[in-house]
Design a protein around this ligand. Structure first.
Ligand code: GLU
Length: 479
């Protein structure tokens, strides 16, 4: 059974790069009928941000990435818990002791000061800066003395000499790491806290994780982790280190590149399917090249072998495009329901029917639900006559007059209104701009914008007729 995991540290709302890892792990688990595990890696107390653990659960739920196991707002779900790393310290300690007993690891009594001094001296000599093996050479009496002094040991993993540690990676092939560069590394600090490289492996083993899909930033940690898997006699998982997401300047992606957090996208009302679509396709493409894909399509088409190794550049315009496409595909009912909470009710006091006509008229232009507020002003009546632009249009008076008459008693629905405007064209001989611009100007003050029949419908008969009268009066006063 395939088991993937997403293992964020609770340092705030998920950002694009991290969310994409969640997306890939989720899609791949679904594709394989496997399980998607959420593990919160909250052992770095200095970096933990209060409340961000709940924020991550919210972000994932909003994206629709349901996890099969892990913490939830109602407690933990799954048979492999605890799923918060801080609750697993005892397990990590026991596992470190096992490696100690089996001599894969040793007690290290060196202090930070001693380590620093020796490292600096080694660098000055042009030697390797890795651990120099001091504690492997100490005599039992020396060790007893250090213990009497009150020194508490860290547990250090011993990297046996040899040529290379080879990490097999689905995306990158076999990556060779010279053993000499790795050096004996700490797995349990003297305060009893595990290091990342150790805790992550113990947890991946105990949680039966089969595929580790994560950012390439962790590739350099992987040889150490691979050795820990080996030491426990556990099968190494399949590793897939996915490329970084960069800003357009090819620097690490951050907020200044206009890459908001998921919480921001949610506040703006991006379509979660659009985000899942965009984030998933950041480093692979489908065989057909089709880019607008539902979750089901992504799940059926994903293949780790198709993921490329090259860094990718975040493209907000493409994300907007995909979000808009997914919004366009929604049913009208779902769309209106999704948009309602985003409408600025202080400015737009529309009835349900008015809102739904306006939404229908602009739906193909919506990148996010909140953007409705940029389109709605045209549906609100203006309280002035845009006299200058109107007087420049020769057709204004006859068109406005005919429109006034027809709109006074047409059946009030968008279809009939559209027909009425066409009839105005026939009657006056005006077409195109000469027909539409005078009416649009009189009602909205703008030359172009959303479909006119929808605007007329939403403004309402009384308001429209009044605005046309008012414009006609003003125009006639000029002559
Ligand atoms: N907690 C780690 C991070 O947020 C993830 C480690 C991993 O995926 O192995 O970078």
């Amino acid at each position: 059974m395939i088991r993937t995991r997403f293992a964020p540290s609770p340092t705030g709302s998920l950002h694009v790069g991290n969310a994409r890892l969640a997306v890939l792990n989720w899609i791949f688990a679904r594709h394989s009928n496997g399980s998607f595990v959420l593990r919160i890696e909250d052992t770095d107390e200095e970096r933990n941000l209060e409340g961000s653990d709940a924020q991550i659960l919210e972000d994932l739920s909003w994206l629709g990435l349901k996890w099969d196991e892990g913490p939830t707002s109602k407690g933990e779900v799954g048979a492999f818990g605890p799923y918060r790393q801080s609750g697993r310290t005892k397990l990590h300690q026991e596992h470190a002791k096992q490696l100690l007993q089996r001599r894969y690891a040793f007690n290290c009594y060196c202090t930070d000061e001693e380590l620093d001094a020796r490292r600096e001296a080694a660098i000055a000599r042009g030697d390797s800066a890795t651990y120099d093996g001091t504690c492997l050479r100490r005599s039992p009496s020396e060790i007893r003395e250090l213990i009497t002094e009150g020194r508490l040991p860290a547990i250090r993993f011993h990297v046996a000499p040899g040529d290379y540690i080879i990490v097999e990676d689905v995306i990158r092939g076999n990556v060779h790491f010279p053993r000499a560069d790795i050096g004996d590394f700490i797995i349990l600090r003297s305060n009893g806290q595990p290091t990342y490289n150790f805790a992550v492996v113990v947890d991946d083993i105990m949680m039966d994780i089969t595929h580790v899909i994560r950012g390439v930033g962790h590739l350099s940690n992987t040889p150490r982790q691979a050795l820990v898997f080996d030491a426990f006699g556990a099968q190494r998982p399949v590793f897939a280190h996915v490329p970084q997401v960069l800003g357009p300047d090819r620097q690490k992606l951050s907020k200044r590149h206009g890459a908001p957090s998921l919480a921001d996208y949610r506040r703006l009302g991006y379509h979660p399917d659009g985000l899942v679509n965009y984030l998933s396709l950041l480093s692979w493409s489908t065989a057909s090249g089709e880019e607008v894909l539902t979750r089901e399509q992504l799940v059926s088409e994903i293949s780790l072998e198709r993921v490329g190794a090259a860094d990718v550049v975040f493209d907000p315009a493409k994300l907007d495009f995909l979000s808009a496409k997914h919004i366009e595909r929604m049913s009208m009912d779902d769309l209106v329901r999704a948009i309602e909470p985003f409408v600025d009710r202080d400015r737009f006091a529309f009835t349900d029917e008015q809102l739904s006509v306006a939404v229908k008229a602009v739906r193909t232009h919506l990148v996010a639900f909140s953007k409705i507020n940029e389109f709605l002003p045209a549906f609100v009546p203006i309280d002035y006559v845009p006299l200058n632009p109107l007087r420049e249009r020769e057709s204004a008076v006859p068109v406005l007059e005919a429109a006034r008459t027809r709109l006074s008693d047409v059946k009030w629905d968008v279809g009939a209104i559209a027909e009425a405007i066409k009839a105005v064209g026939k009657q006056t001989g005006a077409s195109g701009k000469a027909l539409y611009e005078p009416v649009r100007l009189a009602l909205t003050g703008d030359e172009h914008g959303s479909p006119l029949n929808a605007i007329i419908f939403v403004q309402g008969r009384e308001v429209v007729v009044h605005a046309l009268d008012r414009a006609l009066e003003a125009l006639k006063e000029l002559t």
